[in-house]
Design a protein around this ligand. Structure first.
Ligand SMILES: [Zn+2]
Length: 419
């Protein structure tokens, strides 16, 4: 019989789910829990933890993973309209499953290398992305996009929904990869499509994922067309189901925030994307906190964040922009923003305490989380379901070098005639 303990870290530092610090020897269990070690348990691996900091793994709640193909300064400096029409749409018209496999594999490498074991994704060919994340040994809420525009992967919304129906019907609630229904937005989906997607979510207990109120134009256009703001409109057509993921929520009224709370929506703050594309506003955290709405953090796609998939960097940006916007330096302390990017995580990361960015550690060894959020650090180990996805700075589940060679080679043909 194999041991139920994946590893013992000796002489280490561990931060638990509440952000409390512990010093000593620790056991990481296969089910994601942890306990103090007596030193005599049967474990599969004993690790010198003296220079390692153990925390819950990070989560990235809004991504377009295969857009690593469009990273990073490709289209930099374009206004949104030019960015979409001259950079993103012409390249995405060439998309096929192989491009998505290569882009998603490169993305999985970056997620793992920067400490994230989960992404809530929205991109074409979701089964391909799901397969990549599964092979990488991490978790995903993999949303297949639904839109009334012809997509690279589907001619219409109906065929996209049919594929998602099949994917959702085959999954179990305990799978590491969960599929989701990613209705792109109120401006690309008709009312009928939004309602059909919502009905599918109810039928299959699946989650919805949608861009909401990202720009003022989207909000103004929705009001002109329906007489309602986007969140009110979605409420009115009974779109929301529990745990719907709403990315951005930048331009919303207080009444809309109350609607999001009423439906137990998870909202995703994507400050880098909002600033890089000059959307003129970003999620107003104090108002969401006042209503008790669940708020997470996401990078958005690599092409729109300018910051790749590094969620620690995005957490830092969130802390800075919230303080800046509200003239309040007490907003979003490092330990709070760290809770936002690790909430409900079942996995573990060991960070390199020798990394120069982790110094100074403070007189009572109390600066770890602030150093991580504001400076970053090397991710050495990652554990998911008792499996070492990364060990001593080397990802075990993907050949990173090969993945980057494939990305470079694919980009050659992906950009041909465009860049
Ligand atoms: Zn997005």
């Amino acid at each position: 019989m194999t041991s139920e303990y994946a590893a013992r870290y000796t002489n280490s530092v561990l931060y638990d789910d509440k952000g409390e610090k512990h010093l000593g020897d620790f056991l990481l269990h296969d089910d994601g829990s942890w306990s103090k070690s007596n030193g005599d348990e049967d474990v599969r691996q004993v690790i010198d933890g003296s220079n390692k900091l153990l925390t819950r793994s990070l989560q990235n709640w809004h991504t377009h993973l295969a857009m690593q193909l469009n990273a990073r300064d490709f289209s930099d400096g374009f206004v949104l309209d030019r960015w979409l029409n001259e950079a993103i749409f012409p390249t995405e018209a060439k998309l096929n499953p192989e491009f998505v496999r290569v882009g998603a594999t490169a993305a999985a490498c970056e997620l793992i290398a920067t400490g994230s074991s989960f992404a809530a994704d929205m991109y074409f060919y979701p089964a391909v992305t799901g397969h990549v994340l599964d092979n990488a040994g991490i978790r995903g809420l993999v949303g297949g996009p639904v839109s009334d525009f012809a997509l690279p992967s589907h001619l219409d919304a109906k065929s996209a929904l049919d594929e998602l129906d099949t994917l959702l019907s085959k999954q179990s609630s305990t799978d590491r990869i969960q599929y989701a229904i990613a209705t792109h937005s109120v401006y690309t989906c008709s009312e009928e499509t939004l309602i059909r997607a919502s009905e599918l979510a109810e039928k299959r207990s699946g989650r919805l994922h949608i861009h909401v109120s990202e720009t003022r134009k989207e909000v103004a256009d929705c009001f002109e067309k329906t007489g309602k703001y986007p969140v009110e409109y979605l409420d009115c057509i009974d779109f929301f189901k529990p745990n719907t993921v709403c990315a951005h929520a930048s331009w919303v009224k207080k009444n809309e925030i109350r609607i999001l709370k009423k439906h137990d929506v998870t909202t995703v703050h994507c400050p880098s994307s909002n600033m890089k594309l000059a959307c003129g506003g970003t999620l107003s955290l104090p108002a969401f906190q006042a209503e008790g709405v669940d708020v997470r953090i996401g990078t958005d796609g690599a092409a729109s964040s300018g910051n790749g998939l590094n969620i620690l960097a995005e957490a830092r940006t969130a802390a800075l922009v919230q303080r800046h916007d509200h003239w309040d330096p007490t907003l979003l302390p490092a330990k709070d923003v760290f809770q936002m990017i690790t909430k409900d995580s079942k996995d573990w990361v060991a960070w390199d305490l020798e990394d120069l960015r982790m110094f100074p550690r403070g007189r009572s060894n109390n600066r770890h989380i602030a150093n991580l959020v504001f400076n970053g650090a090397r991710c050495l180990d990652m554990w998911v379901d008792g499996v070492a996805v990364r060990m001593d700075g080397i990802t075990q589940t993907i050949d990173e070098k090969l993945a980057m060679q494939e990305l470079d080679a694919s980009v050659e043909s992906y950009y041909e005639g465009i860049e």
